[in-house]
Design a protein around this ligand. Structure first.
Ligand SMILES: Cc1cc2nc3c(=O)[nH]c(=O)nc-3n(C[C@H](O)[C@H](O)[C@H](O)COP(=O)(O)OP(=O)(O)OC[C@H]3O[C@@H](n4cnc5c(N)ncnc54)[C@H](O)[C@@H]3O)c2cc1C
Length: 464
C-alpha cells in the first residue's frame, strides 16, 4: 500500500483572504448560498471514508474554510473565478457519498456543493441519450427517463442519493456493470460540460475521448456542470434470491450465468456468514445457517427458465419480487458497497477491499481462506471487463491497520488479482497505480494554478 502520509500541500489561505473572497461572491452572485458555520463546513467536508481505518486518522480535522452551494452554471463560474483570483483551493462536492475522502479538502479553501445544478437538459427521443446537470441525483434521472422507456445504464448502490457529476468524477460502476462494464468503457460517457478554474473561467464542451481524462479524476482537472451519457432501454427488473449449500457450486453459477443469454442487471454473491448479516428486504427470509446467497436482478423473460437452470447447479430460488414493487429497501441496496455498509453497522472494526479476481478464481479464494480464515468474507459482483464476463470482489475484512491490509492486497496481487485500493488518497493509487499523462494534461489546461482538490492527483503534486 503506497502513501500512508499526506502529500505535499499548499498552506491553507489566510482567513482574511477567505473573507475577501466571500464578500466578492456575495456582491457578484447574491443567489449563492455561503456557509461559514463550523457545523455546515464540517458536514460539507465529509464523505464515507470512515470505512477505511487508514484514511480516517489521515483526514481528521480536514475542513473547508468556506462552503458554497451553487445552483447555476453562472454561479459556478463566479466561484471558479474568485478562487483563481485569490489563489484559494477549491474542492468539489456532489452528494458526498465517496469512499476515499475524494471530496475532503486537504488544504482548506472552498468546498463547492453542486447538487443545486439539478436540471435535466435533454433526453433524445430516438437514441435515449441523456444530458443533465452534474448535481442531478441518479434516482431522479431514472424517474425522468422512465416515461421515455429508458433507464441509466449503470448506477452505484448509492443511486438514491449520489449525483451524476459525483458518479462520473468519483465512481466507477455498479448495478448494470454486469451488462455495460464500467464508466470508463467507451460508449458510456459521451460528453462533459466543464468550467475551468482561471480568473476568466471558460465553459467548455468535451466530447468523446476528450472527456475521458476527467472521468474518475476526483474533480482535480475541471468542474463538471453537465454530463451526457448513453442510456439503456428500460426493463422491469425482477429481484431473485437464490441459496446454495455449497460455496463452490455458487461460485460456478456466478462465473457462468453472465455468459448465458439470460439478461441480468446485477449479480451479487455473498458467502454464508456475510449473507446472514444482511438486513433482508421485506418479505425475503434470512438464509438458513450455512447457506451462501446469490442476489440477481433479471429480465422478466428469464423467469420461465432460470429456476430450473439454477436447480441443476445446486441453487434454490428462495424469494422473487419485481423491483418496482419493493417496499422499503430493494436488493440493489444489499449489493456493491452497501453490503459493506450493512456489515459494518453490526461489526465494528471491519473494513473492505476492492479486487478484480483472476480466472480461475478458486485458487485465490482457497489460498486466502487458508491464511486468513473467516477474517476475510467474500462478496463477489459480476462485471463485464474488457468485453468479458468476470468477477470482481468487495470482501469485508477484519484487518485493522495498513500493514495487515497491504499484506492481504499483495497476497491477492501475487495470486493474479487486480486491486483498486480503497485505503489511499490519490486517483492513481486507487486505480492502476500509474500516472495518466492525459489526466495531468487536462489539469494543466483547466486548472493551471493547481487549485482543484489539491493533493489528490499524484501526477500533478508538486507541479503548482
Ligand atoms: C454504501 C456505499 C455504496 C457505494 N457503492 C458504489 C458503487 O456501487 N459504485 C461506485 O462506483 N461507487 C460506489 N460508492 C461510492 C459513491 O457513492 C459513488 O461513487 C457516487 O457516485 C459518488 O457520487 P456523489 O455525488 O456522492 O459524489 P461525491 O462523493 O460528492 O464526490 C465524488 C468525487 O467527485 C468529485 N465531484 C463531485 N461532483 C463533481 C463535479 N460536478 N465536477 C467535478 N468533480 C466532482 C468530488 O470532488 C469527489 O472527488 C458507494 C459508496 C457508499 C457509501
Amino acid at each position: 500500500m503506497p502513501d500512508l502520509a499526506l502529500p505535499p500541500l499548499p498552506q491553507p489561505p489566510a482567513e482574511a483572504t477567505i473573507a475577501a473572497l466571500a464578500a466578492e461572491l456575495e456582491a457578484v452572485e447574491p443567489g449563492l448560498v455561503l456557509h461559514r458555520s463550523i457545523e455546515e463546513r464540517t458536514r460539507l467536508s465529509r464523505d464515507f471514508h470512515d470505512y477505511s481505518p487508514v484514511l480516517t486518522p489521515l483526514l481528521a480535522g480536514k475542513i473547508a474554510q468556506l462552503a458554497v452551494v451553487a445552483s447555476t452554471v453562472e454561479q459556478v463560474m463566479a466561484v471558479a473565478a474568485a478562487c483563481a483570483r485569490h489563489g484559494v483551493p477549491l474542492t468539489l462536492r456532489g452528494a458526498g457519498t465517496g469512499n476515499y475522502g475524494q471530496c475532503v479538502p486537504l488544504a482548506g479553501g472552498v468546498v463547492l456543493d453542486l447538487t443545486g445544478l439539478n436540471r435535466v437538459r435533454r433526453i433524445d427521443p430516438s437514441s435515449g441519450v441523456l444530458e443533465a446537470e452534474a448535481g442531478c441525483r441518479l434516482a431522479e434521472l431514472d424517474a425522468a427517463l422512465a416515461p421515455h422507456g429508458r433507464a441509466l445504464r449503470m448506477a452505484p448502490s448509492t443511486w438514491r442519493s449520489a449525483s451524476l457529476g459525483g458518479f462520473i468524477a468519483g465512481g466507477s460502476g455498479g448495478i448494470g456493470s454486469v451488462r455495460w462494464g464500467f464508466l470508463r468503457d467507451p460508449g458510456n460517457l459521451l460528453a462533459l460540460e466543464v468550467v475551468t478554474v482561471e480568473p476568466q473561467p471558460r465553459l467548455l464542451t468535451l466530447e468523446g475521448g476528450a472527456a475521458q481524462p476527467l472521468n474518475h479524476a476526483y474533480g482535480t482537472n475541471g468542474i463538471l456542470t453537465a454530463v451526457t451519457v448513453a442510456t439503456a432501454p428500460a426493463v422491469a427488473w425482477q429481484q431473485v434470491v437464490v441459496d446454495f449449500p455449497d460455496w463452490w457450486a455458487a461460485l460456478e453459477v456466478a462465473r457462468t450465468l453472465p455468459g448465458t443469454a439470460l439478461e441480468l442487471d446485477d449479480l451479487t454473491l455473498l458467502q454464508a456468514p456475510l449473507a446472514a448479516g444482511m438486513p433482508w428486504t421485506q418479505g425475503c427470509p434470512a438464509p438458513a445457517a450455512g447457506q451462501h446467497r446469490l442476489l440477481l436482478l433479471v429480465a422478466p423473460d428469464t423467469l420461465s427458465l432460470l429456476p430450473a437452470w439454477l436447480a441443476e447447479r445446486g441453487g434454490t430460488v428462495i424469494w422473487q419480487q419485481p423491483q418496482g414493487s419493493s417496499r422499503g429497501g430493494t436488493l440493489r441496496e444489499l449489493t456493491w458497497n452497501h453490503t459493506t455498509l450493512h456489515w459494518r453497522a453490526r461489526h465494528k472494526g471491519w473494513t473492505y477491499l476492492q479486487l478484480a479476481l483472476p480466472v480461475p478464481e478458486r485458487p485465490l479464494l482457497e489460498a486466502v481462506a487458508e491464511r486468513w480464515g473467516e477474517r476475510v468474507l467474500w462478496h463477489l459482483e459480476g462485471v463485464r471487463q474488457g468485453g468479458s464476463a468476470r468477477l470482481s470482489a468487495l470482501p469485508v475484512v477484519q484487518l485493522g491497520n495498513a500493514a495487515e491490509l497491504a499484506e492481504l492486497i499483495n497476497f491477492c496481487r501475487d495470486h493474479g488479482a487486480g486491486s483498486a485500493d480503497p485505503h489511499v488518497l490519490s486517483v492513481e493509487d486507487g486505480s492502476s497505480g500509474v500516472v495518466d499523462p492525459n489526466q495531468v494534461a487536462a489539469k494543466t489546461a483547466h486548472d493551471p494554478a493547481g487549485l482543484l482538490n489539491p493533493g489528490k492527483l499524484r501526477g500533478w503534486v508538486g507541479k503548482a
